[in-house]
Design a protein around this ligand. Structure first.
Ligand SMILES: [Zn+2]
Length: 348
């Protein structure tokens, strides 16, 4: 009998002790702590499905919120952004909120607006421009999302010749020069002659130009006449001043570039017509049509196209071609966009 009692006590101790140890161990688990914090068992299992142990533990430092349960199961949810998702006074839609915070929109000093998602989904959206898109939309509510993006990417939310930057010369053949990007007064590219009249351009421009006109000659018997190619800062200055004196400021501004802002100073631009046409009627020639279909194959783009005057800031110029290289000229030709748009989205 004594033996039996001792045995029972012994067994009881083992089981009881085991139970106690288990209880203590369970109290140390994240599960227990989260339940104590206020999560239900069901909520805990949802969290566990999406979060690892370390992430679950860090939930102990946050208030219990049903929003957390909504967030964790969403596509593109990032745990390290959790507190920002929770703090962002953005859209009601949780998936959209994740989308915006992941793109750092919550860090901008602008209130949430439903257009934000539309901008982000647009083809040529540039992240750094969100504040400018939103501001531009306020004053241009008649424009579509894509139009706003095009205009802001082309800097049209700034007045011409304001917010001027030195152009990035490291872009070489792809440098941009317009009413917002300028070249230094002393910038002179390495030049070679492109014709017997003494017009000059960069070596690469000249080579491809000659290749292009040789092809036009061979295929169709067409010939072209260069009107202007490289122009120095000083030449541009005289030209602009002369236009201003002859036709007035507004005319000079829309037909000519201020010195430092002419693409002709890059050595990458060539104005050309045929021997029997002028700037005014070059667009009616077969030679022009040939260029429209073929110039990109030699690396040239029509720099100031018809219908894009508001983007380029210049009247349509059927005669002005800009060398950018074959691959990019083809892309611009196929996408049917201006160099302003291309530069902002693909190069800058
Ligand atoms: Zn020109």
């Amino acid at each position: 009998m004594k033996k039996i009692i001792i045995s029972l006590i012994f067994v009881g101790c083992i089981f009881g002790g085991g139970y106690l140890t288990k209880q203590i161990q369970y109290h140390n688990t994240t599960e227990y702590k989260l339940l104590t914090k206020g999560y239900t068992k069901e909520q805990y299992h949802t969290l566990k499905k999406y979060l690892n142990e370390q992430q679950l533990t860090s939930l102990l430092n946050l208030d219990v919120e049903s929003e957390i349960l909504n967030l964790v199961s969403m596509k593109d949810f990032k745990f390290n952004h959790l507190e920002r998702y929770l703090a962002y006074q953005g859209p009601k839609d949780v998936q959209e909120k994740i989308h915006l915070v992941n793109a750092d929109i919550d860090k901008l000093n602008i209130p949430y607006h439903e257009s934000m998602i539309k901008f982000m989904d647009a083809t040529y959206y540039i992240k750094d421009h969100m504040e400018r898109y939103m501001a531009y939309q306020q004053s241009h509510s008649d424009l579509t999302i894509d139009e706003i993006i095009t205009n802001v990417n082309s800097n049209l939310d700034y007045d011409y010749y304001t917010n001027i930057q030195d152009t990035d010369l490291s872009k070489k053949n792809l440098i941009i020069v317009n009413k917002y990007y300028k070249l230094d007064q002393n910038y002179i590219p390495e030049l070679v002659s492109i014709d017997h009249a003494g017009h000059q351009a960069t070596k690469e421009t000249a080579e491809h130009f000659n290749e292009m006109i040789a092809a036009a000659k061979k295929e169709k018997g067409y010939t072209f006449k260069v009107n202007s190619a490289y122009r120095s800062y000083n030449t541009q200055n005289s030209l602009y001043q002369r236009y201003k004196n002859q036709h007035g400021f507004a005319w000079a501004e829309s037909y000519s570039a201020r010195p430092g802002h002419s693409e002709h100073q890059t050595g990458l631009a060539i104005d050309m017509v045929t021997s029997s046409s002028t700037f005014d009627n070059f667009e009616d020639t077969k030679e022009y049509q040939w260029l429209m279909n073929n110039a990109h194959k030699y690396g040239f783009i029509l720099r100031y196209p018809k219908g894009k005057e508001h983007i380029t800031g210049y009247h349509y110029e059927s005669w002005h071609y800009r060398y950018v290289g074959k691959e990019i000229a083809t892309k611009i030709h196929d996408l049917n966009i201006t160099y302003e748009e291309y530069y902002a989205y693909f190069i800058k």
